[in-house]
Design a protein around this ligand. Structure first.
Ligand code: KG4
Ligand code: ZN
Length: 329
């Protein structure tokens, strides 16, 4: 079964063709990062205009790379939310137009669910490598969720951030330190030359599986304002460690508590090397992590998730609409 995935929830216009939910035949991504970098963050109106310019070329590239014709496809999976309304609309309308023109079924995918399904695409081989129940830590620019997954499409949210998402915290810290945008890769890069010599607080929120990252960001801001930060590199290394420490400790604790067989990492922050290494090192439970290019926004993960939705008979009509504040089921 060949599924065309389309993703336009934020600042990446992406299209991909995936076979049987695991094999990537193509994975095309047009990033707008350089356009938004000059504003220090994503400008929604600019993002939707860029999606309009990029969507048709990226679809053509994805079909060409996969060497498939429209008639070879079995369905279309498209992100309906969460995300920016004006950005989501471009992908959803493109998906509907293709579905109508070529008589293909369509399914709407939750972007966060898509991030989880990046784990089915990877070098682990087949889906038999993944064992339910499992716990997934989804850490992106807008979310930090701990999710218990008992089967395909079966989720219980065990914890989430009460303020900033992990990626948002990285982005804000990078701005405080003048390291540029997006902040996650900038902090990771700067941290390589630093030591974790600066004491920063961790919000453990004991007795819950929730997170809070606004305190550590404010603490960093205070230290910078008071001139107590030795070097940007030390600040970046210390900040990265503070965020990773909490993410790893709480994820391992919740996975043990629920007696799961595996822990999955997902979302843009999952491409952070320290997070990947610490989780693997500190977890007695098997940890699976997608390759970095599949952690950040892409359409292959949407196609993979869409495959399982089609398998479960979850097909949508042409009245499919965007849901900018869509939650995990
Ligand atoms: O999943 P994603 O590509 O888009 C959203 O759905 O939000 O995640 C983007 C977020 C940004 O906040 C970015 O700074 C962060 O992921 N990020 C990282 C790294 N790469 C991207 N954070 C830490 N370390 C990284 N290497
Ligand atoms: Zn994302």
């Amino acid at each position: 079964m060949k599924i065309l995935g389309i993703e336009t929830s934020c600042d990446e216009t992406a299209a991909a063709v995936v076979e049987d939910g695991i094999r990537i035949l193509s994975n095309q991504i047009a990033s707008q990062v350089e356009i938004h970098a000059r504003y220090g963050g994503i400008v929604p109106e600019v993002a939707s205009r860029q999606h309009i310019l990029a969507i048709i070329p990226i679809l053509q590239q994805a079909m060409a790379e996969a060497k498939v014709a429209w008639s070879d496809l079995d369905g279309i999976a498209v992100t309906t939310g969460p995300g920016l309304a004006g950005s989501l609309l471009i992908g959803v309308n493109a998906a509907k137009a293709i579905a109508l023109a070529h008589g293909l079924p369509i399914t709407g995918v939750n972007h966060l669910e898509g991030h989880i399904y990046a784990n089915w695409l990877v070098e682990h081989g087949s889906d038999s490598a993944l064992v339910f129940p499992l716990v997934c830590l989804i850490v992106s620019g807008g979310h930090s969720d701990l999710v218990l997954m008992k089967g395909h499409g079966d989720y219980v949210v065990l914890g989430r951030t009460r303020d900033d998402a992990a990626g948002e915290a990285f982005d804000k810290a990078a701005r405080i330190l003048g390291l540029g945008y997006p902040g996650g890769p900038a902090i990771e890069q700067a941290a390589r030359a630093g030591t974790t010599s600066i004491q920063l607080p961790r919000a453990w929120l004991k007795g819950t599986s929730d997170f809070s990252f606004s305190g550590v960001k404010t603490a960093l801001l205070r230290l910078v304002e008071e001139g107590k930060v030795s070097t940007k590199a030390d600040a970046a290394a210390s900040f990265q460690e503070a965020v990773v420490d909490v993410l790893v400790t709480k994820t391992v604790a919740v996975a043990k508590e629920h007696g799961v067989k595996q822990i999955l990492l997902a979302g843009g922050v999952a491409s952070n090397k320290l997070l990947r290494q610490w989780l693997i090192k500190n977890s007695p439970i098997q940890v699976l992590v997608p390759e970095p290019v599949l952690c950040t926004d892409n359409a292959a993960m949407i196609a993979a998730c869409g495959y399982y939705r089609f398998q479960a008979g979850k097909t949508d009509g042409l009245d499919l609409d965007v849901v900018p504040s869509l939650k995990m089921a």
